[in-house]
Every structure is written in C-alpha cells, then in structure tokens.
Unconditional design. Structure first.
Length: 197
C-alpha cells in the first residue's frame, strides 16, 4: 500500500490567469490547477532507450502519472483506468484522443528499465509512453510534478511509496486538473471532456 499522500501544501496553489489559447482550444483559465506550479522541464528515457524531453510533447495534452511497474496494488489499477479512458476516447471522441498522450513515469528506475516500462505501458494502452531515467532525472521530474516518493524496505525486498495523482497537462505544459484515476475510465473521460472536450 502506498502511504505517501500529496501534502496539503502541494495542492494549495495561488491561481493566476493563463494566456490566451489557440483558436478552437477550450479555455482552461478557470481549471482547478490553472496557474499552479506543477510541471516543468524534464529529461528522461523512453521504452526504446531514447532520451525524451518535456518539449517533445509540446502541442499535446498529457496525462502524467508517476508509479512503478513492481507496484503490488494501486499502480496497475490506476494505469488500467487511464488506459481504459483512452480506449473509450478512441471510440467516442477520436479527435480528442489523438490530442492526448498518456505518460507513465517510474519512481523505481533501478528495476524499471526502458524495456520494462515499455512492456508495462503497452499492456494497458498502445500509445501510452513509459519513461524512466537515472535516479537524479526521476527525482527532478517527480519534484517538478510535486509527486512525493520514498523507498520502503520489506522482508521480501522493497516497495516504493508514492503520491498517485494523475495530472491533466495542457499543450504548453500548463497544469489543468487532477484526474480521478482511482475511479472508472468513464469518470476519467468525463473529467477530461469537462476541461478540454
């Protein structure tokens, strides 16, 4: 069981207006996380072993989720729900689906090699991007996205306690909303469509 929760101060954000969007883009100026200091530059490694930067996703909406593939409980369920939401959007709103990149970032780079994160994400949704990296790269990304995590030793090895929030991020890297990844794919779709549908 993951014991770390998002600290209250991490979600107490000063609101600020976002810049004008592109024509046809739904305004997210009043979104729950508008103006929050969540996200930022990162350099990680994808499932093919290639270096990936946050700027590689510019112009796309992103679902950012941090976890690890050896997670015994919440991560597989959360990632399954996110993948299920994307599959629903593929059918019900393919245009919107094509604008969204679901991204899984490991907090366990020692075990989660590029190959492992690629196999893990592909099992839930073919377009989901799995990212890993050095411990320093993972730490920098997790701090940018305000995701706490810590290694916890157990008699059979170790677990990674971590925050399990899923962020909806805009095409300029701006935070929009938290997604209910612990609920059904339908609930996730409803929240996505509420802000960008």
């Amino acid at each position: 069981m993951n014991r770390l929760l998002v600290p209250a101060f991490a979600l107490a954000f000063a609101l600020a207006g976002c810049g004008a969007g592109t024509p046809g883009e739904k305004s997210t100026a009043n979104a729950p996380l508008a103006g929050a200091s969540i996200g930022g530059p990162f350099t990680l490694v994808n499932g093919d072993g290639k270096t990936v930067k946050d700027t590689d996703f510019a112009g796309k909406y992103r679902i950012m989720y941090f976890g690890y593939t050896f997670c015994p409980d919440v991560c597989p369920v959360d990632v399954q729900n996110i993948g299920g939401a994307m599959k629903l959007l593929d059918t019900s709103n393919p245009g919107l689906s094509a604008q969204i990149v679901p991204i899984f970032v490991t907090v366990d780079p020692a075990r989660d090699t590029p190959k492992v994160v690629k196999e893990f994400t592909a099992a839930f949704y073919p377009r989901m991007v799995g990212l890993t990296g050095t411990p320093a790269q993972i730490d920098a990304a997790a701090k940018a996205y305000r995701v706490p995590y810590a290694k916890r030793e157990t008699p059979s090895g170790y677990l990674m306690d971590h925050g399990r929030q899923a962020y909806l991020i805009g095409p300029r890297g701006e935070p929009i909303a938290l997604l209910p990844q612990d609920q059904s794919p339908q609930a996730i779709v409803a929240e996505i469509e509420r802000w960008i549908g």
